[in-house]
Design a protein around this ligand. Structure first.
Ligand code: GUN
Length: 295
């Protein structure tokens, strides 16, 4: 089974983006991302630190605002509005999940669609659904880069996606059904019956259901390509930290059946931030009347 590693693709993507950020800077265009993190969720803190670091590496300005979990809806909406109106800021990212009782949908809909680099706003998701996307959500976009880089055929192929989230599964299913991917897509979720049987039909199986190592050998059609989007922390007394990160797929278990798969960690993980940076660069280009940057 071929190992589809993120490091074979995304460092080059980031290098191209760093060059483009430098070119834009020479023509007087600065690129800046504003990130809002509310509360103390440990995973969110790690993700945000990683986004901040990558911005620095690419020459993208980052403005990270860390707010206490007690922040009110009104305070959060006011900050988003302030960033919407600030011409120095090209992209706005509110890290999710937001702590209760904050209303995530209302906050995400308050972000200007022109600065919505996550592509979570219903307006941008509507454009994507109509085949008119300006931004593409970062994790589905990262998966498309794997398929493109490895020239994995999708046209007329059967692709099964596990998980129907607005962040990943739903936009992924829409994109892959469109040109130029032209796949026949099945979107499975927690109520799907005969899940293993559905998955066994797939030429390409994409798992994003948040269940550690749910996908085992009996879910895989011989020769299938498997993309694992899951990031699950499980207890492991043999590990120095007492826990470790695994995907939604039993990577070792499927090795004798699948033709290729992304490992966790080391697979899809770094693609999300790279594609976020791509969206931020494009937001700056669009704001200055330029077309999307060709990767
Ligand atoms: N939480 C987990 N993934 C993401 C992401 O891609 N964007 C935001 N804003 N929050 C997240």
């Amino acid at each position: 089974m071929q190992r589809l590693a993120g490091k074979d693709i995304f460092p080059q993507v980031q290098a191209k983006l760093a060059e483009e950020v430098a070119r834009l800077s020479e023509s007087g265009i600065s690129v800046t991302l504003a990130v809002i993190l509310v509360g103390e969720d440990p995973a969110s803190q790690i993700y945000v630190a990683s986004k901040e670091r990558t911005c620095g590496e690419l020459g993208i300005g980052s403005l990270v605002t860390r707010l206490p979990a007690e922040t009110t809806q009104a305070e959060l909406l006011e900050l988003v509005q302030q960033y919407n109106e600030d011409p120095q800021i090209n992209g706005i990212l509110v890290q999710v999940p937001l702590p209760a009782p904050l209303d995530e949908d209302e906050v995400l809909q308050a972000i200007s669609p022109d600065k919505d680099v996550d592509c979570f706003h219903p307006y941008n998701l509507g454009l994507l659904t109509a085949g008119l996307a300006r931004f593409v959500p970062c994790t589905p976009f990262g998966v498309l880069q794997f398929l493109k880089h490895h020239q994995i055929p999708t046209s007329g192929k059967k692709i099964v996606i596990l998980g129907r989230s607005n962040i990943f599964g739903r936009p992924m299913s829409i994109l892959l059904s469109q040109k130029p991917w032209d796949a026949t897509v099945t979107l499975c979720h927690s109520r799907t019956q005969n899940l293993a049987e559905e998955c066994r039909q797939a030429d390409i199986l994409i798992a994003a259901i948040g269940k550690p190592m749910l996908v085992t050998k009996d879910f895989i059609k011989p020769g299938a390509v498997v993309i694992d989007v899951g990031i699950n922390r499980i207890a492991d007394p043999n590990h120095p930290k007492g826990s470790r990160v695994v995907g939604d797929v039993d990577y070792e278990g499927i090795a004798s059946v699948a033709s290729a798969a992304t490992p966790v960690p080391g697979g899809v993980g770094i693609s999300t931030i790279a594609m976020l940076m791509y969206n931020v660069v494009n937001a700056a280009r669009f704001a200055n009347g330029l077309e999307a940057f060709e990767l």
